[in-house]
Design a protein around this ligand. Structure first.
Ligand SMILES: Cc1cc2nc3c(=O)[nH]c(=O)nc-3n(C[C@H](O)[C@H](O)[C@H](O)COP(=O)(O)O)c2cc1C
Length: 325
């Protein structure tokens, strides 16, 4: 089906979520709020709001309402199940999203089993993000509708196994019968086509959308990322079994050195605190907190709008598809 000369990339994911393109914006704490999420959904992709940005379920509810005022397209809410310094009731967050009419929930970080009943009863589609084939199999078993598998390259939490997207995606596709979304290291039409060739039915990108006009990231940090190469990220927090890929700043280097010296969780906590990260992001002070970022940053040298990113990927992918047919 041609669409203005472009290939229509319809998959089980576009059908399941009711979106035009199988392009999903990864949840980004502090950053994927209403404007960013709505921009992605309005451009034909799927925006995901990071619920942990909001200290209470009430504030999440308000942000969902704001998003709905900016788009009539579907968008998702991410519920990250990893332990946090300030524990909250995730059931309340899920209830708020469901009551506000959100139709897609992404879980991540831990087995979502204990939340499945609430999610199923809420009638939402459930996508779960994992970093290993084993966790993907478990997610399918507990009944999620789709799995996102992220590789070693990804910005954020790529897990402990150090296996790349190129290997994890086909391994996961071979093991699962539900649709698989590929994340980690994807930033343009070439990465998108590669992921589909590996059997993925959608892609998830965080770092690419960080470098967009709509992302509420401080211009100084955007500039720093624009200058970064594929070698300018580091994995920290492996010592506490929660590795995170971040921009290789002096701050990240300091954390790594502390870990090499055998630091304790107590010493690390004030440095990895989310509120410290928020202050640094607001100020544009990349050297004062960890800033998650994927290796794909080395491919990015422009600051387009979200729509330009998505249209550009589909255009480039269509050219590749034609060349191959
Ligand atoms: C700045 C930033 C913040 C992120 N915050 C979260 C988060 O709160 N929850 C989550 O599940 N993933 C989070 N991620 C991971 C992304 O959702 C996504 O999985 C990842 O960016 C994909 O890899 P890529 O960066 O190579 O595109 C974050 C990533 C970035 C870059």
């Amino acid at each position: 089906m041609p669409d203005g000369g472009l290939t229509v990339f319809q998959t089980r994911i576009t059908k399941m979520f009711g979106i035009k393109y199988p392009i999903i914006q990864g949840a980004m704490m502090w950053l994927s709020r209403a404007e960013m999420v709505a921009a992605v959904s309005n451009a034909g992709g799927l925006g995901i709001m990071a619920s942990l940005t909001f200290p209470t379920a009430k504030e999440l509810r308000e942000e969902i309402r704001k998003t709905k005022s900016l788009t009539d397209k579907p968008f998702a809410v991410n519920i990250t199940l990893l332990p946090t310094i300030r524990p909250r009731s995730l059931e309340e967050y899920i209830a708020a999203a469901i009551e506000e009419g959100v139709t897609i929930i992404e879980t991540a970080g831990r087995n979502p089993r204990q939340y499945m009943k609430q999610l199923r009863e809420g009638g939402v589609k459930i996508m779960h993000k994992v970093a290993s084939v084993k966790a993907a199999r478990t997610a399918e078993k507990v009944g999620v509708d789709a799995v996102t598998i992220v590789g070693f390259e990804e910005g954020g939490n790529p897990g402990m196994d150090d296996v790349t997207t190129l290997v994890l995606v086909p391994r996961t596709v071979d093991e699962l019968s539900i649709p698989v979304i590929a994340g980690g290291g994807i930033g343009d039409g070439r990465g998108f086509m590669a992921a589909l060739s590996l059997g993925a039915e959608g892609v998830l990108m965080g770092t690419r959308f960080m470098l967009s006009q709509e992302c509420p990231l401080h211009p100084d940090i955007k500039q720093r990322l624009l200058e970064a190469s594929e070698k300018d990220t580091l994995m920290i927090m492996r010592s506490i079994k929660n590795p995170e890929r971040v921009v290789a700043t002096a701050f990240a280097q300091r954390i790594l050195e502390m870990e090499e010296r055998g630091t304790t969780l107590e010493e690390l906590l004030p440095l990895i605190d989310g509120l410290r990260q928020k202050r640094a992001l607001d100020k544009g002070a990349a050297d004062e907190a960890m800033i998650p970022c994927g290796q794909v940053v080395g491919l990015l040298s422009d600051l387009p709008t979200v729509k330009e990113i998505i249209d550009g990927i589909i255009k480039e992918a269509s050219t590749i598809a034609k060349r191959q047919s």
